[in-house]
Design a protein around this ligand. Structure first.
Ligand code: SF4
Length: 489
């Protein structure tokens, strides 16, 4: 054993399911420390991104290029996946296909059991979070230890990530220092960042050396060469993929790109959008297990390709755009909702704008449809997305899917699950009134008049308590136009 105190980690029961997003948001809004932590972190990330893309023209043309690379890869997805499998196999990487997270976990478990593995050391991987791999493996007596510093911190505190690239961003230095005092340093308290990092480093170094399996995610998988690309800043990804005798990489099927030449523009967009860095400290390209005569590298490499609802997204032209995502997190850093409530309020592996379109499609609308309503549709996410995903349009589409007449064949699992008879009737009436000029005038005229009397109690309070009541103009626009003799009135 490496001596890392990880036993409490495995009592973590995974994300709580439920739809009470409002209650969690209120709790987050009332947590002044949490809000201060997020405000500071998000302001920093936004300004770093701004500086990294000082030349707007270059940014826009790079975004065009990034979007077209991703769209091209998705247009050829089945063909590229086959090519990736063939080239990986030629290189000695064993490829496995998983339709569900359960299947993906089973595949990892079988590899671990065949190797008699007791300890897995992990690099950062959102797909493994999607699989709830740590919990699954713990249930089979296999320890998974996170080696990315942010992931290590939240694992110590039995939490889930609150951001897709900075999982512990909701914590400040004080909170981390107290956590380390309790869980790592046997009662010794320090706020010195170098000391805290050194403590984690020492524990993790021991774990790297003793782990039976190293796991990682994949940022881009190159079909033409069978290469797995891994972007990271701490070197832990390289340790996970080179020190243990077995490396298992897990990736969503959408991460494939056609050519090696597609990687540099995407890498540049990813690092600059995510942290404002021109490039990350480490960029790993993994093409084969250790060859005869080589002194390091794993004996076996496995690639697990996970679908988990992605084929369904792929089948719909509009929803397919969700799969363009390169997981930079910029949409989250710029979202007025996410920056105020933080990631945990979403109670989802993927929070923020990308989570609002991804989670309802992965988990189904009955489970996560509420998330699509957590947006003012301001469009900040789409403005910064390096691969031009039209998030607001997809949100509107998901809202529509949520209240569709259930037909059993909706594009999203659980289509129509949030439909309420009375609400549907009200909107049908609204549409009927607004599609006739007379009805429209009548409705808006009286609506505006009565709007001034909306009570500040009951269900309406949520709306009226934070908005000033509309002031009614003495004449309508049509009356004013008529008085001015404007044609058509
Ligand atoms: S949706 Fe766009 S901005 Fe958001 S994480 Fe994905 S690539 Fe980045």
């Amino acid at each position: 054993m490496c001596g890392v105190n990880i036993s409490p980690v495995f009592s973590w029961s995974g994300p709580v399911t439920g739809t009470d997003f409002q209650a969690r948001s209120h709790a987050a809004l009332n947590d002044s420390q949490l809000r201060a932590n997020f405000r500071r972190a998000m302001d920093g990330l936004m300004s770093k991104r701004r500086s990294a893309f000082a030349d707007t023209e270059e940014l826009e043309s790079l975004r065009d290029l990034g979007a077209s690379i991703r769209r091209n890869a998705l247009a050829k997805l089945p063909e590229l996946l086959e090519k990736l499998e063939a080239n990986c196999s030629t290189n000695g990487i064993q490829v496995h296909w998983a339709e569900t997270t359960r299947q993906a976990n089973e595949i990892v478990l079988q590899i671990a059991q065949r190797r008699d593995a007791r300890r897995i050391i992990k690099g950062k991987s959102m797909v493994s979070e999607e699989m709830h791999l740590n919990r699954f493996m713990a249930g089979h007596g296999i320890d998974c230890l996170e080696s990315d510093l942010g992931e290590y911190i939240i694992q110590l505190d039995h939490e889930m990530p609150s951001h897709i690239i900075m999982p512990a961003i909701h914590k400040n230095k004080d909170q981390i220092a107290h956590l380390f005092e309790r869980e790592v340093a046997q009662g010794r308290y320090t706020e010195d960042v170098d000391e805290l990092t050194a403590m984690a480093r020492q524990k993790l170094r021991e774990a790297f050396m003793s782990a039976d399996i190293g796991m990682s995610g994949v940022n881009f998988a190159v079909a033409e060469t069978g290469t797995l690309c891994l972007v990271e800043n701490e070197g832990n990804g390289r340790m996970c993929t080179t020190v243990p005798p077995v490396h298992i990489a897990v990736m969503g099927i959408e991460k494939v790109v056609e050519r090696l030449d597609d990687v540099p523009p995407l890498l540049s967009l990813l690092t600059r959008s995510a942290t404002g860095q021109p490039i990350t400290t480490y960029f790993n390209m993994i093409t084969s297990p250790r060859k005869t005569g080589e002194r390091d590298g794993p004996e076996e490499i496995h690639l697990v390709l996970l679908d988990n609802g992605r084929s369904r997204m792929y089948a719909d032209e509009q929803l397919r755009q969700t799969l363009q995502c390169i997981r930079c997190g910029a949409c989250m850093n710029h979202c007025p909702v996410y920056t105020r409530i933080g990631g945990h309020a979403y109670d989802a592996v993927y929070p923020g704008p990308i989570g609002k379109i991804l989670t309802p499609q992965i988990d189904g609308i009955e489970q996560a449809g509420e998330l699509a309503t957590a947006s003012s549709l301001c469009g900040a996410c789409a403005e910064v997305c390096p691969v031009r995903i039209p998030i607001p349009q997809i949100l509107v589409r998901l809202r529509r899917e949520a209240v569709n007449r259930p037909s059993g064949v909706g594009a999203v699992r659980g289509s129509g699950a949030r439909r309420k008879g009375l609400e549907a009737l009200i909107w049908q009436g609204w549409a009927a009134l607004h599609s006739r000029p007379g009805g429209y005038r009548f409705f808006t005229g009286w609506g505006a008049r009565l709007g001034g009397f909306l009570p500040n109690v009951g269900a309406l309070k949520e709306w009226t308590s934070v908005r000033s009541k509309p002031q009614l103009a003495s004449k309508t626009l049509h009356q004013l136009a008529r008085e001015k003799g404007i044609a058509g009135e």
